[in-house]
Design a protein around this ligand. Structure first.
Ligand SMILES: [Zn+2]
Length: 334
């Protein structure tokens, strides 16, 4: 029996698959072309006995006439071939009484939880275990899908349609950036209203600083009357900050602000783990949304995929623009 081909998915991607939204996954190729001019060749069929074992093997090379001037080693797609099956794995856990057990030592009767399930890890379940360490006998409990296509391309070649087939949606990205954006406690925006039209009105404050400023101004200009204003969500071309303590203040972005943010992140790749970027991206999604066929939404989806790619593979991964296996699978029927 040949070994089963497996692909491990993160929690949001496992859920996207189960909901029938994910039909595609991209995986970095271990062997990258030795030089940028290399092309990939695949042994489709061979009759020579010695060569038959190289069927479905690939190689990066430059062929100049009959000469191979540059070549990589031979390699196969570690996820199998179209028509074959892919077993989907994820982080998993069993009852915490087995936390000291190695995977192979677990009793066969043990109940297992994983990210493809519709409910969060039940109470009493123990440590998270990596998908690739799931024992073979446990794997039939995991979803299995048919591979409908395998291709190779550079990660930046991804199209808008493929980003959607990868299972990304607004919720996925919001869940991803929220913990980083959340480090900033966003406070409502306030202003100081003056009866005489004092120039103080142009500044934004958090509530505490606004109240403090009112006390100061009232002493300085006793003939004027200052009042606290605001506290609701406004639309702006960027994030307002408290004039005194510089805390970020809540607002929603105008279309112009969203376009500016997109332009910025197309120039310098977004880092979801950076609180400023996470905050900005959260605001863009909240203000502009995700769905739509226009340029701004295509940009939002592409920047989101780029952010996810760097989130998984580390900062700079998108910029490297390496070659990936593009694996298409059958849609999960829900
Ligand atoms: Zn303040």
């Amino acid at each position: 029996m040949t070994t089963e081909h497996v692909a491990t998915m993160s929690e949001p991607m496992a859920q996207a698959y189960m909901e029938g939204r994910k039909t595609m996954t991209r995986r970095l190729m271990k062997i990258q072309p030795p030089s940028p001019d290399c092309k990939i060749t695949t042994m489709i069929d061979t009759t020579a006995r010695e060569e038959r074992k190289y069927r479905d093997w690939n190689q990066w090379s430059i062929i100049d006439g009959l000469n191979i001037t540059k070549q990589s080693g031979y390699f196969r797609c570690p996820y199998g071939q179209p028509g074959g099956y892919l077993r989907l794995l994820s982080t998993w856990a069993v009852d915490k009484e087995y936390d000291s057990f190695k995977p192979l030592g677990l009793p066969r009767s043990v109940l297992m939880w994983n990210h493809f399930m519709e409910f969060p890890k039940p109470k009493g379940f123990g440590k998270n275990r990596p998908g690739r360490f799931m024992p073979t006998w446990m794997r039939p409990q995991m979803p299995r899908t048919r591979i409908t296509g395998i291709g190779v391309e550079r990660v930046q070649e991804i199209t808008d349609e493929d980003i959607i087939s990868e299972g990304l949606n607004r919720q996925t990205i919001e869940d991803l950036v929220a913990p980083y954006a959340g480090r900033f406690k966003i406070k409502p925006e306030h202003w100081i209203h003056s009866e005489k039209g004092n120039s103080e009105e142009q500044y934004s404050y958090c509530k505490k600083c606004a109240e403090k400023e009112i006390r100061r101004l009232s002493k300085k200009y006793p003939e004027d009357k200052f009042e606290l204003d605001g506290g609701w969500n406004t639309e702006g071309d960027g994030r307002p900050y408290c004039e005194t303590c510089h805390a970020p203040l809540a607002n929603s972005y105008t279309n112009y602000a969203c376009e500016m943010e997109c332009e910025h992140f197309e120039e310098c790749p977004i880092d979801f783990k950076n609180p400023d970027s996470a905050e900005a991206w959260y605001s863009v999604l909240a203000s502009e949304g995700w769905d739509g066929d226009d340029d701004i939404h295509k940009k939002i989806r592409r920047i989101s995929f780029q952010g996810l790619w760097d989130y998984i593979h580390g900062p700079g991964a998108w910029e490297k623009n390496e070659w990936v296996w593009k694996i298409e699978v059958e849609r999960n029927k829900v």
